[in-house]
Design a protein around this ligand. Structure first.
Ligand SMILES: [Ca+2]
Ligand SMILES: [Ca+2]
Ligand SMILES: [Ca+2]
Ligand SMILES: [Ca+2]
Length: 319
C-alpha cells in the first residue's frame, strides 16, 4: 500500500470511529449538580438575561441592566420591573438548587396585601438544568413551575405577543398577539421616558411566548388585582401573607416538584441551575379596555411583575 493510500484508509477508518466516539460521548454526558459548600450564597449569584416587555418603569432605575445586576448577592433591597406580559429575568445561584421536601426557591416582590387594596402582579417561574455543564442556560429544557392557574380553562398556553417600538415617544406601545387581538401598553403622566427597552437587539419589535393567566382586576372602592392561590411571584397569596405576618419579610415560595414540560406533563427533577421569571398577565391595570380615553385607564400602569431578589430557601432558613 502506498503512503497516500494508507492515509486514505486510515481516514476512512478514523471517520466512523470518531463518529462512534462522538455519539458515545453524547450518550455518556452526565449532569453533575454543583454542590452546596460552606461558602455558598443563599442569594442570586448571576444575572444571565434581563429582557423586559415595554412598561412604565422600563429604562428607569427600576427597569435597566444596572437594576437587574443590583439583585445579585442580596434580597429585599431594590426592585426590578419586568414590564408587560412576557418580559423576563434569568438568574442563577453559585450552586445547583436541590429539590428538597417542600419549597425550594423564594422570590421577593412587592405585592400589596392590605384588605381591599390587593395588588398582585403575578410572575410565572421556569427552571432549567445546566445539562452540558457550561454554566449557561443554553441547552437544557425550560420547565414551568405550574402554579394554581396552570390547568384552568381560561389560562392560555403558548401565548405569543409582539410589541412594536413606537415612532414617537408619546405614542402608546402597540402589541399584537397570536389570538388575533391587538392593543396597547398605555403610557401615563407619571413616567415620561421611552417604555420600550432601549438596550435590546431588535429596536423595532420584540416578541415573547409563555403561559398567559387571566387578570383578576376587580373594581370596588379602588381597583384591585387579587392574588392567585399559589405558585406565582409578586403575588400576595395566603402563604405570602402568613410569612409577612410571622417574619415581617416575605417571598413567594416555589417547589421544584411543580415542574412540567412544554406539553404540561410533570417532570421529576432533582436539581436546577437557572431560574426564569416572566410577567404572566397582559393588562393595563384597568377595567375600561379598550377605552383608552377614560382618564382612569392610565392611572395604574400595566401589570408588570417586580422582583426583589431570590433565595435558596434551605440556605436562607439556616443562615
Ligand atoms: Ca421541593
Ligand atoms: Ca448549559
Ligand atoms: Ca409592576
Ligand atoms: Ca408589583
Amino acid at each position: 500500500m502506498k503512503l497516500n493510500q494508507h492515509i486514505a484508509f486510515a481516514a476512512l477508518l478514523a471517520f466512523p470511529l470518531s463518529m462512534l466516539s462522538c455519539k458515545k460521548e453524547k450518550v455518556g454526558i452526565q449532569y453533575v449538580p454543583r454542590p452546596v459548600t460552606s461558602g455558598s450564597s443563599q442569594y442570586i449569584y448571576q444575572i444571565f438575561e434581563y429582557v423586559p416587555a415595554p412598561g412604565q418603569y422600563i429604562n428607569t432605575d427600576l427597569g435597566n441592566l444596572a437594576a437587574a445586576k443590583g439583585l445579585v448577592g442580596k434580597a429585599n433591597e431594590g426592585l426590578l420591573s419586568l414590564g408587560g406580559f412576557g418580559g423576563y429575568l434569568i438568574f442563577g445561584f453559585d450552586h445547583s438548587i436541590e429539590n428538597k421536601e417542600g419549597a425550594d426557591i423564594g422570590i421577593f416582590g412587592n405585592p400589596l396585601i392590605g384588605e381591599g387594596m390587593e395588588w398582585s402582579e403575578p410572575g410565572i417561574v421556569m427552571v432549567m438544568q445546566d445539562s452540558n455543564g457550561n454554566g449557561l442556560p443554553d441547552d437544557g429544557e425550560w420547565l414551568e413551575l405550574a402554579g394554581s392557574e396552570f390547568r384552568k380553562p381560561e389560562t392560555i398556553k403558548k401565548y405569543t405577543i409582539t410589541y412594536y417600538n413606537p415612532k414617537n415617544l408619546t405614542d402608546d406601545i402597540l402589541w399584537k398577539d397570536n389570538q388575533g387581538k391587538q392593543g396597547h401598553i398605555l403610557r401615563n403622566v407619571f413616567h415620561g421616558q421611552a417604555y420600550y427597552p432601549s438596550w435590546t437587539t431588535n429596536q423595532n419589535e420584540i416578541s415573547f411566548t409563555g403561559t398567559l393567566a387571566k387578570s383578576t382586576l376587580t373594581e370596588a372602592d379602588i381597583i384591585t388585582n387579587k392574588p392567585y392561590a399559589w405558585g406565582y411571584s409578586d403575588n400576595g397569596s395566603e402563604d405570602y401573607k402568613l410569612l409577612m405576618e410571622t417574619n415581617g419579610v416575605a417571598y413567594n415560595a416555589f417547589d421544584l416538584s411543580w415542574a412540567v414540560d412544554a406539553t404540561g406533563k410533570p417532570v421529576a427533577i432533582d436539581y436546577i441551575d437557572f431560574v426564569k421569571v416572566y410577567t404572566g398577565q397582559n393588562s393595563n391595570g384597568n377595567l375600561y379596555e379598550p377605552d383608552t380615553e377614560n382618564e382612569a385607564s392610565r392611572r395604574l400602569g400595566e401589570i408588570s411583575t417586580e422582583i426583589g431578589g431570590a433565595v435558596d430557601i434551605s440556605l436562607y432558613l439556616t443562615k
